[in-house]
Design a protein. Structure first.
Length: 404
């Protein structure tokens, strides 16, 4: 006759109780059939008791891998143990990663826990499912904030979308009424995350010398694009129509679109000075402005007190030569020069005469000569020096709206 070895734990130490051979380590009971083969007897009082104690102890210690292992052993003995299903599911949920979320396993196990407890465990399962859905989103959110890029952005959008749907389905099946509250809490969570990730994106783009390369520009545009997608998802998840949240989201969208419209990269020119390497075409900038104006309108629709500004005009009265040299009408250097124009030149007669002559002559000069490198080299150094002088005098290089 084959010696008895416990199939659950491998022990060979048994004691005889009521005609059964009970493993002294895990409590599994065995019987011998007519062919003298040993088999575990499910449903006996002793079976799986020690495994359950081990599962519960590991679960309380947050050793979820061990807890899941022992819960599975309990379920091999008694597949209708509601507490074991609960431990198995929640333990699986806490072992989720962004690459391998185990929320489906969690949901399936909680369904069984509720079923075999005749509903007694429903409230506890509900709270655990909400907690783990939120944790799954927070995990993706943390990775995105640490390094906002394509992969982490995709993971965050997927996690938020799927977990909100999962939780809504759970609430619908078990008649809980907080699905909309959960969706809105995730919308607020997504919005709150943007401020941190946006600062990192801007810092990485600007670098130490505030002269981003072409690679920096490409990465910057992609990253800000994901910021916009996350904000759009926040609006989508705002099922309770929280106007305060919407206004904050619209404000952030406008800020990001404005950053994109003025984005550019630099390279060192032949004269050793920084020249604009790449920026958006006028057509692309107009498309960003279209989005900015549409967002202002959406903001006004939920908050009539928000004033829709006039559409920014093309630089028909702009700093033509400076714009040609620096590559954009909206960049720090040109903002300084525009402030000087409005605060100094426009306020005296000679200054206004100079502006009229400049506006009459400079457009043609830029049209005929602006594409030549010599034009840039001729004006770049004196303009840089003049801008530095103005900044020392207190003229700021922050975004500016023309007064005249």
């Amino acid at each position: 006759m084959e010696p008895l070895t416990c199939k659950m734990c491998g022990s060979s130490s048994f004691k005889k109780e009521n005609g059964l051979y009970v493993c002294e380590y895990c409590g599994t009971a065995y019987v011998q059939d007519s062919d003298e083969n040993w088999s575990a007897k499910p449903g006996t009082t002793a079976a799986g008791k020690n495994f359950y104690v081990l599962a519960q102890t590991a679960f309380e210690a947050k050793n979820y891998e061990e807890a899941e292992k022992y819960a599975n052993k309990v379920l091999e003995i008694n597949s209708e143990n509601a507490d074991a299903w609960y431990i198995k599911g929640v333990s699986a949920g806490w072992q989720s990663t962004t690459v391998k979320p185990r929320i489906d396993e969690l949901r399936s196990s909680l369904d069984n826990a509720i079923k075999f407890s005749n509903g007694e465990i429903t409230d506890k399962a509900h709270e655990s499912f909400k907690t783990l859905c939120t944790a799954s989103i927070n995990l993706a959110l943390s990775q995105y904030q640490n390094y906002p890029d394509y992969d982490t952005g995709v993971n965050l959008l997927a996690a938020a979308t799927l977990r909100v749907k999962d939780y809504s389905d759970f609430c619908q099946k078990y008649s809980f009424e907080d699905a909309e509250d959960f969706s809105n809490s995730i919308a607020n969570l997504l919005f709150a995350s943007i401020s941190n990730s946006k600062l990192k994106i801007i810092s990485d783009y600007q670098g130490l010398d505030n002269h981003p390369t072409d690679f920096d520009l490409e990465l910057y545009v992609k990253r800000l694009g994901y910021e916009l997608r996350i904000l759009d998802l926040a609006i989508e998840l705002d099922v309770k129509k929280d106007n305060i949240l919407k206004c904050m989201v619209y404000s952030s969208k406008i800020e990001i679109l404005t950053l994109l419209e003025s984005a550019k990269s630099y390279k060192i020119g032949s004269g050793g000075t920084w020249d604009v390497s790449r920026s958006f075409t006028d057509e692309a900038k107009e498309q960003y402005i279209d989005q900015i104006m549409e967002t202002h309108k959406a903001w006004n629709a939920v908050d009539p007190a928000h004033v829709i500004p006039e559409r920014p005009k093309k630089s028909s009265n702009g700093c033509y030569i400076a714009t040609a040299v620096y590559g954009s009408y909206d960049c720090p250097e040109v903002w300084v020069l525009r402030r000087f124009r409005d605060d100094v030149l426009y306020r005296n007669l000679l200054g206004r005469i100079f502006i009229k002559i400049y506006y009459a002559l400079s457009p043609k000069a830029v049209e005929y000569f602006g594409k030549y490198r010599l034009f840039n080299r001729l004006f770049k150094a004196p303009l840089d020096k003049f801008v530095s002088h103005l900044m020392v005098k207190g003229f700021e290089d922050t975004p500016y709206k023309d007064r005249y």
